[in-house]
Write a protein that binds this ligand. Structure first.
Ligand SMILES: [Zn+2]
Ligand SMILES: [Zn+2]
Ligand SMILES: [Zn+2]
Length: 144
């Protein structure tokens, strides 16, 4: 999603776009395809606006989550990673469990699954599918 669209949505929901909030959004939108940890988001937001504090980061992520503007992933190590939601057409993700690098998969396997669901007398209305693994960089660091 474009930074402008996000700001519009925040405003139309009654949220002011403060310097802190803008810094956080800038960081998120500068890296739209990679998930980022709260800690890294804090460090990078602070570089843009140095009065940013951790509780503001958490509060803003909560707001963005409530408005469906961010996607949240909890890793196997229970670390929360975030990225802005995508605005392009229906697609899926393959996500690195180590660093949060995300690739887009254009293929959607839903037609096959839809048929299986019909056999169970279900009418599918929506689905979420993400694939997890290790990116090439993280595979290399695991070999060390
Ligand atoms: Zn996406
Ligand atoms: Zn990785
Ligand atoms: Zn799909």
């Amino acid at each position: 999603m474009e930074l402008r669209d996000i700001i519009d949505k925040l405003k139309s929901n009654g949220y002011k776009v403060t310097e802190q909030r803008k810094a956080i959004l800038q960081v998120l939108s500068s890296n739209p395809n990679n998930l980022i940890s709260v800690e890294n988001l804090f460090i990078k937001s602070k570089e843009i606006y140095n009065k940013t504090n951790m509780s503001t980061i958490y509060r803003n992520l909560e707001i963005l989550e409530r408005l469906n503007l961010v996607y949240k992933l909890i890793t196997e190590d229970s670390i929360a990673l975030y990225k802005l939601v995508c605005s392009n057409e229906h697609h899926h993700h393959i996500i690195c469990k180590e660093c949060g690098k995300t690739e887009i998969i254009e293929f959607c396997p839903i037609n096959t699954l839809n048929k299986l669901a019909k056999d169970k007398n279900f009418n599918l209305t929506s689905h979420k599918l993400e694939l997890y693994g290790y990116c090439v960089d993280c595979q290399a660091s695991k070999d060390d």
